[in-house]
Design a protein around this ligand. Sequence first.
Ligand code: ATP
Length: 556
Amino acid sequence: MEFLNHIYLQTILLLGGFLYYPFLLFRLVFSLVKFNFSKRYICEMNNQELLKKIVSHSKEYGFVYPSSEIYDGLSAVYDYGPYGSLLKNNIKEFWWKSMVQLNDNIVGLDSAIFMHSNTWQASGHIDAFNDPLIDNRDSKKRYRADLLVEEYIEKIHSKISKEIKKAEKRYGDKFDKEEFLKTNLRVIENSKKISEISKKLNHCLINKDLVELKNLILELGINDPVSGTQNWTDVKQFNLMFSTKIGSNVDTSSLIYLRPETAQGIFLNFLNVVNSTRVKIPFGIAQIGKAFRNEIIARQFVFRMREFEQMEMQFFVEPGKEMNFFDDWKNKRMKWHKSLDLGDHLYRFHNHENLAHYANAACDIEFLFPMGFKELEGIHSRTDFDLKSHQKLSGKKINYYDQKTKSSFVPYVIETSVGLDRLFLSVLSASYQNQKLKNGTERIFLKIPFEIAPIKAAILPLNAKDNLPEKAKLLYDELKTFFNIQYDEKDSIGKRYRRQDAIGTPYCITFDYDTLKDNSVTIRNRNSMVQERVLLSSTKDYIINNVSIDNLLTQV
Ligand code: ATP
């Protein structure tokens, strides 16, 4: 009987096992799929969420405000707040010094926004500065037709990146990326797709074939992200220049344009600069200034605005030597971006196949924005197109006379053109950090490179009494002539640290009761939160050594 009982028990356990183990296996697979899906979902959501968080953080902490907000805003126009304008100025300073101060053959310029309207005739902007637009009849939204296709291509690129990441994880140190790209079937298929679509897109753009461009959108099955339909209108060309009238005579001769790029101001002043300075070819002219474009799609925060700032440098070279300088400037500019130390993996080159009417080579430096890899800077070999066109339309000779070879020629031009606002967004998006702390709380901080941070240090007396404020204010008065600092005695020290973290202040200098005895302060590092005791008399040098733009200049 005991034996039978045993058999009976064994049978039940075995049968139970048969049923139970597949159930367990099913649960396991289900959880894995669910986990993977939610991880992917969270990643995708994070990118969209990140931009939203940056937009609201920018407003809450005085970096960027929507323009004319009390009148419900003005689309794609933004105002920079107290910290935003400081950050922007620091980026400008870094760029300007890298160009004009570090290169003895680059000079600066600040030309007017208004220029004779023939400028834009000669440059080709009146005839050719168009974007192809397309509307969706259901959502009534307007898009740039070429960008719809480019975004489609970008999605395929991210599929390839995911395959690479997966394989990197799987093979670890043995992973050979080159080999993987050549042999993985999915990657090969997707790369082929990209090159076929890019070829078709370029063909449409070069030949201005708007019918084919619409067909391409339909063929790829691109849906409107808002309505989700493919109820597209035909593609139309749209000129991006803003025009207005100058003077009191409102006839056609008074028509004037807001410049869509700063470069033409440099070309119009080429002779002035050559004649009034001692520049010799090869040399460059750099300028920072506003540009205006009536963009069709006005989204993505300060990435695409209707009024924005460019930092451009035109480098004039002997004809035939432009390709060497083109490669040279590509590398120099990439090095410049990477010197900010936001992460080398955030940058990549994108060579153009579809060239603008003035270029014989072009390349973008792209940055991994929250919306994906997008153009940050353009490097263009502009040939002699602009100078020759201005020469032709104005009837004035625009030649360079080379003393050495006793010959004169119209120089070729390499242009480096970076959007200040896009740089600003690249810094903000790479800097925004949401850190979980050991005590279970979170802190939001901006890991802005110290050298370009808006406020370099905050002076915080532990208490607003006992002679601490008086002593702290003495240091404040001493330091404020060297860099932007803040004094804050309101709220707990923890809250004050968080406020400074949120605007990216590299150092907090705390005055405590020991300071009254040992003349030392505690300096807290924003990134590591490590606190160091430093003599009051060494504080200025301590901060300057770590926040000076000169540190960056030595790396470019
Ligand atoms: P995109 O293809 O994104 O419209 P683009 O090729 O027309 O840019 P360029 O004419 O090469 O841009 O201008 C040089 C730089 O000026 C760009 O790399 C970008 O950083 C900046 N820029 C251009 N348009 C805008 C804009 N609407 N808002 C902010 N920055 C811009």
